[in-house]
Ligand binder design. Structure first.
Ligand code: HEC
Length: 161
């Protein structure tokens, strides 16, 4: 190997070493930027995979489940007498249609209220043929629970005293 060759080799070696060093630096920077070095506390690259997201929202999901359960359980009675009245009874009792005693009509209700809530609820739940007309069982809405109908009766009575 001549003087010239060894000089070329030296330059070439330096160049290659320089490239390697550059590659290493880029690699290190890339690792730092993506969090690859910090596997201890959640590398940034894996922060957004499905499992990681599910894990992070789990507490919120649990709170929502816990919060939803009592609300759902309370719904049947929580569906207030007023709600039931508006959805199932108003058609007749809001207008007086078919001879129904109107909500708030004290004269039409006083004698009925005198029968007591139990009798009124019984008539509303099971249906009732009176002198004025026919009160269909549960206002013609068999999906309503007895409690819901009773709550509606109580609401109507309270509003008609
Ligand atoms: C299709 C019309 C209609 C609907 C809907 C209806 N009612 Fe009636 N309701 C009547 C009529 C008519 C009477 C009066 C019957 C009579 O005394 O001649 C009546 C009477 C009543 C009475 C008095 C019963 C008594 O002993 O005097 C109650 C209480 C009552 N309804 C509750 C309800 C409730 C609660 C709902 C809703 C869940 C409802 N009604 C929906 C037509 C209806």
């Amino acid at each position: 190997m001549g003087q010239q060759d060894s000089h070329v080799m030296k330059t070439l070696t330096q160049f290659i070493l320089g490239l390697v060093a550059f590659a290493v630096i880029i690699f290190v920077i890339a690792q730092i930027m993506t969090g690859g070095f910090y596997s201890g506390d959640k590398p940034a690259a894996s922060m957004n995979d499905d499992a990681a997201i599910a894990e992070r929202i789990a507490p919120v999901a649990k709170v929502m489940e816990a919060g939803a359960a009592p609300v759902a359980a309370a719904a049947p009675t929580e569906q207030s007498g007023k709600d039931v009245y508006n959805s199932a009874c108003f058609a007749c009792h809001g207008t007086g249609a078919a001879g129904a005693p109107k909500l708030g009509d004290k004269a039409a209700w006083s004698a009925r209220i005198a029968q007591g809530l139990d009798v009124l609820s019984g008539h509303a739940i099971n249906g009732f043929q009176g002198k004025k007309g026919f009160m269909p069982a549960k206002g013609g809405n068999p999906a309503l629970s007895d409690d819901a109908v009773s709550a509606a009766v109580k609401y109507m009575v309270d509003e008609s005293k």
